[in-house]
Design a protein around this ligand. Structure first.
Ligand code: NAD
Length: 355
């Protein structure tokens, strides 16, 4: 097949990990006979340096014309001064909005070879395979904000339609997996959560009777996630709860550098990025873990291009590379056995080529 992919390397380690993601994408194209047109575009801090705008018009146009967007990471101290009026993060919010992506999928699997990389006991982690579906465009992050000398207010709003559409995304995913959906809220306190719970119950009963639904309070979910993570299949939650819980869940895998994400809306176009940031502390050293980005490429193949076999082949290649010991310092068994970013990319490539 032919597809157009917009590539936004971004800042810090973004370009380093994206370079490995692109090598893998090209190798998949060669191995399976596809033609991917890749267009690199400036975004984030790099775009501010170039033209004063984190999301230049030409970059936005390129993303809207593409079948999928691959992003590295944005931000860094250079653009974070409190008085800065233009910030890389504005570009990301603007891009998500323009693409209409409201569902953020974050799969968390624990690779058997990396059980020792997590701070949790291996016995708790074995067999963990869950996906978070975080609502991305509503809730308290987007509500009205007020401030006076004595108080500050952030308004949290959810509409019925917003809850319905995110629950449907999560339920469809659960149906393809183990058929278990946990909906996370704070319905004992928040009105938006009571609405969330009612709508989730109604949608699931009417449209997905074959998927089991459990409601869980967010505080309880935070606890159960590290107490019995293996029991979870798909978890759906609102924007801020999802923001916090997905960072917690990332530590099940052992490193932020391992985990991919997909942001989806209606239709197939999506935005794919590793869950980590631009990691200024290790940028330029060639030691960033590229696996989160390479696995984001696999999500892109699956969700935007409908190439399930290619996605599975790439995921398998990453698993085999990690199992063979090809690891950056964040997950290496010992410091002297750690590889560099491009060596890990090379190890994944070898396995794709070997088919
Ligand atoms: P971060 O994710 O960049 O880094 C947190 C820690 O994890 C650091 O010690 C870093 O070295 C390590 N780490 C992250 N990715 C890694 C990888 N691939 N391999 C090995 N180690 C890795 O978070 P932060 O330090 O809080 O933020 C740095 C900048 O990134 C900030 O400007 C922040 O706003 C931005 N940020 C951007 C995004 C995004 O682009 N979507 C997301 C989060 C943070």
């Amino acid at each position: 097949m032919k597809a157009r992919i917009a590539v936004l390397p971004g800042d810090g380690i973004g370009p380093e990990v994206v370079a490995q993601g692109l090598r893998c994408l090209r190798a998949v194209a060669d191995a399976f006979g596809h033609e991917f047109a890749l267009t690199e575009l400036p975004f984030g801090g790099a775009a501010i340096d170039l033209c004063g705008d984190p999301l230049p018009e030409s970059t936005l146009k390129g993303c809207l014309e593409a079948d999928a967007v691959l992003l590295g990471a944005i931000g860094g101290p250079k653009w974070s001064a409190p008085e800065a009026r233009v910030r890389p993060e504005q570009g990301l919010l603007g891009l998500r909005k323009a693409l209409g992506v409201y569902a953020n999928l974050r799969p968390v699997t624990v690779h058997p070879a990396l059980l020792a990389s997590s701070t949790l006991k291996p016995g708790i982690l074995e067999g963990v395979d869950l996906v978070f579906v975080r609502e991305l465009t509503g809730g308290i992050y987007f509500g009205e904000k007020r401030r006076d000398a004595h108080s500050a207010t952030d308004v949290c709003t959810y509409t019925v339609a917003e809850v319905e559409r995110i629950v449907r995304v999560a339920a469809r995913l659960a149906r393809q997996r183990r058929g278990k959906l946990v909906s996370i809220d704070k319905a004992n306190v928040l009105e938006t959560s009571r609405l969330w719970r009612e709508v989730a119950t109604r949608v699931m009963r009417a449209e997905f009777p074959e998927v089991s639904l459990e409601h869980m309070l967010v505080d309880s979910a935070a606890m159960h996630l590290i107490r019995r993570p293996r029991d979870f299949d798909v978890l759906v939650t609102e924007n801020m709860f999802g923001d916090i819980l997905t960072d917690e869940a990332s530590m099940l895998a052992g490193s932020l550098g391992l985990l991919p994400s997909a942001s989806l809306g209606e239709g197939t176009r999506g935005l794919y990025e590793p869950i980590h940031g631009s990691a200024p502390d290790i940028a330029g050293q060639g030691i960033a873990n590229p696996c989160g980005t390479i696995l984001s490429v696999a999500l892109l193949l699956r969700h935007s291009l409908g190439l399930a076999a290619e996605a599975a082949a790439l995921e398998q290649a990453v698993s085999e590379a990690l199992a063979s010991g090809a690891r950056t310092p964040d997950v290496a068994a010992s410091h002297d056995r750690a590889l560099r970013t491009e060596q890990v990319g090379e190890a994944v490539l070898d396995r794709i080529r070997a088919g």
